[in-house]
Design a binder for this molecule. Structure first.
Ligand code: SF4
Length: 179
């Protein structure tokens, strides 16, 4: 068994959807050895092999696996978080047990969508980035034509958590970002 246990350590508001929560769980064991096998067997993953992160999209939720912790976004409540973590634990262990029969996939997988980025921007269409609207900025950001720091409002304290989640998502997708 690769992953023995997990524990929810933080419950935060979900910035992509204010009606939902974001959950961080610490895990008992390093799980990154399972990532290329999960990337090979699941559809729609975003895999960053050098950074050891794998993002799984499941029923509109974003589940990001790191070597030492797991982040869940767009979650209804802690009960759902526990169910998803249980599902992930079984999935990680079952996939790792079968690794001899799976061709590992080290590619980045599905590309990040502009809409995924747009949901994490301030959404005020203030034009301070030089773009006519936040969606246009998201399109240019996903095309790596503009830097995240050009969105000045995102640097303010008000959007600190949004910026953190967006940076995490960009990092997981293998983007070079300025902190
Ligand atoms: S600066 Fe940020 S908030 Fe303003 S339009 Fe550009 S992306 Fe949207």
């Amino acid at each position: 068994m690769l992953l023995n246990s997990y524990k929810i350590t933080r419950v935060l508001p979900c910035l992509a959807d204010p009606e939902k929560i974001r959950v961080i769980a610490e895990i008992s064991d390093e799980i990154h050895e399972a990532f290329p096998y999960l990337n090979a067997t699941l559809k729609g993953c975003i895999y960053n092999h050098p950074a050891l992160t794998l993002t799984i999209k499941k029923d509109g939720k974003l589940l990001t696996l790191h070597a030492h912790h797991i982040t869940l976004a767009k979650i209804e409540d802690e009960k759902e978080a526990e169910e998803i973590l249980g599902w992930l634990k079984d999935l990680i262990n079952e996939t790792y047990d079968k690794r001899d029969r799976i061709e590992p996939n080290f590619s980045k997988g599905e590309e990040l969508k502009a809409l995924d980025i747009f949901k994490l921007l301030p959404g005020t269409n203030c034009k301070k980035c030089g773009e006519p609207a936040c969606l246009a900025f998201a399109v240019r950001l996903v095309g790596q034509e503009i830097d995240i720091t050009k969105c000045i409002p995102l640097l303010s304290e008000q959007y600190q958590e949004k910026r953190k989640v967006l940076s995490e998502l960009l990092h997981a997708a293998g983007f070079k970002i300025t902190s």
